[in-house]
Write a protein that binds this ligand. Sequence first.
Ligand code: AP5
Length: 212
Amino acid sequence: MIHAILFGPQASGKGTQSKLLAEALGIPAISTGEMFREQIKRGTGLGKEAEAYMNRGELVPDELTNAIVRDRLSRDDVKKGYVFDGFPRNAVQADALDSLSTINLTLVLTLSDNEIVRRLSGRRVCPNDHIYHTEYKPPRQAGVCDIDGLPLSQRDDETPEAIRVRLRIYRERTTPLIDRYRKQGIPILEIDGSPSIEDVHASVMKAVEAYR
Ligand code: AP5
């Protein structure tokens, strides 16, 4: 059973690849960013609290994040396995995850800063977080989601300052977790995130099959 974490800087393709991997394995992809955006859309108290942090590119406080993950891991569908996208992002969250479940695989997507900027400038999402790119993954009809027909837009947290903050937090607080899992003897599969979506997916599948 796969209990995986997908690491990678902003726009490296975590959302895109975790969905493809989860679909291929028949397990859920769990994105904390997506769960927070869903709360914002529904106008909940949690969404209102998370939104301010997200728009600044900062981490949502650990107690809120760990609580939403604890709740998600209590659902039945994770009994078949899961892949995390965007969690854990710091040591406190990794400690919380250790107390909830046992990770057996980590995947790390790598991408240069130049390509990160290119990916972000073309990213478009629908209100249900289906992800497109104007050049690399265009929808069939410009500005409209292929899956639910809803309008596509840029995310609210894609200001230059928020992007800088997110990349700094990834380097300073999230990348040390990769070493932490390595020291625990958990396989770390590093994957070049720069080829096409299909080629990166093929590399992810090859790495996961080799692990299995
Ligand atoms: P989150 O939504 O997780 O954002 P992120 O980690 O910054 O990552 P992104 O979603 O921006 O990028 P991605 O790697 O998923 O790339 P994507 O597949 O979209 O988090 C947002 C915020 O929520 C955080 O800043 C924080 O405030 C909060 N949050 C979330 N988790 C938290 C936690 N654990 N603790 C505290 N706070 C938390 O791809 C990018 C673009 O590139 C798309 O347009 C896509 O179509 C395109 N693309 C993808 N792959 C390729 C490819 N191979 N070739 C060409 N184009 C590609």
